[in-house]
Design a protein around this ligand. Structure first.
Ligand code: GH3
Ligand code: MG
Ligand code: MG
Ligand code: MG
Length: 312
């Protein structure tokens, strides 16, 4: 940048830079009853900079998909308890893993058997034994593409937050978790105040910038385990696991104060923007729908009471 630098231009550029996804290593899960083989695969992949984990018990697979969050899964064909084919069809039945690449790695040489796993929805069939270089080559491009696609499917392109569908889906998992663990779960529906005026006064591009800076503020202030989604145009949804209504209110209120103090830069100079929020939660309301309706009603009250405030 050349000084003097235009503030709006600078913020735009920083936005673009911080929006770039961190280059975290690809993650691969290997399911093979042969422990030594799995271990060797992990070793080959780790050398190539791929984060790999091997498990020998196929029953652990669904759990590992959740905790390890791989970009791709490698399955052995023949294992006790559950075959790779059965496992592949179980994985494919889950909505959230429809895009998960499944690669078979097996000593099976029968063409018909190999074709049968591909017709099940597996993406590739690799033959054992395989050299480390071949394994890495077969896996990395596919895993990379899957990660990109996954991000594209669940993220909102303007803010990088979870999109409407993804946040609803994740919320139902969080809700089930809260019920199971008997922990509180608080939800905030946040809506930017008079956002139409921002667009009308400063233009749509500046409006977009306000949405991005708000999204960034949420990401900075909330925990990694919290859900942050762009629920609609200028409406956001935040879900706070293991957080009471009182704690949620305090937290969202500090964010409200920070946001209201933030200076945005338009062609005609600085301006500020506020938001209103409605908060509700489990177990005060027993169902996900009940919580969402209560949070919506609270947001409506916050707007009517004059905006730039939170109603629980
Ligand atoms: P209120 O305080 O009652 O919420 O008023 P408001 O003006 O924020 O509410 P309204 O629902 O009337 O307007 C929302 C505006 O948000 C209208 C729409 O053009 C704008 N908007 C929605 N999505 C985007 C977006 O992605 N970018 C920009 N720049 N504007 C958006
Ligand atoms: Mg085996
Ligand atoms: Mg609004
Ligand atoms: Mg709105």
């Amino acid at each position: 940048f050349a000084k003097p630098v235009d503030a709006g231009q600078l913020i735009n550029a920083l936005d673009r830079l911080t929006g770039v996804e961190e280059n975290t290593p690809l993650r691969v899960l290997i399911v093979d009853d042969d422990q030594e083989f799995g271990h060797n695969c992990v070793h080959s992949l780790e050398i190539a900079g791929i984060h790999a984990r091997a498990i020998t018990d196929p029953r652990e697979t669904l759990n590992q998909l959740q905790v390890f969050q791989p970009d791709l899964i490698v399955l052995d064909m023949y294992m006790p308890i559950c075959s790779g084919k059965e496992l592949a069809s179980i994985i494919r039945q889950q909505d959230r893993y429809v895009g998960m690449p499944i690669v078979f790695l097996s000593a099976e040489t029968n063409r018909l058997q190999q074709q049968s796993v591909l017709s099940l929805g597996a993406d590739d069939f690799l033959a054992k034994p395989i050299s480390p270089a071949d394994l890495v080559a077969a896996i990395s491009a596919r895993a990379m593409r899957a990660r990109y696609l996954q991000r594209f499917l669940i993220r909102d392109s303007l803010t990088g937050l979870l999109n409407h569908q993804a946040v609803e889906e994740e919320l139902s998992h969080e809700f089930a978790r809260a019920e199971r663990l008997q922990q509180p779960l608080s939800i905030a529906i946040i809506d930017i105040d008079h956002f139409k005026r921002v667009n009308d006064s400063y233009g749509h591009l500046i409006g977009d910038q306000v949405l991005r800076s708000f999204a960034r503020l949420l990401q900075q202030r909330l925990r990694k385990s919290d859900l942050i989604g762009r629920h609609g145009g200028e409406e956001f949804l935040v879900a706070l696991p293991n957080t009471s209504l009182v704690e949620a209110r305090t937290l969202i209120d500090t964010i409200r104060t920070s946001f209201a103090a933030l200076r945005h830069y338009g062609p005609a100079g600085e301006f500020t923007v506020t938001f209103s929020a409605g908060i509700a939660g489990y177990p005060h309301h027993r169902s996900q729908l009940g919580v969402m309706q209560a949070a919506d009603a609270a947001l409506y009250q916050a707007k009517h009471a004059g905006r730039n405030r939170i109603v629980v």
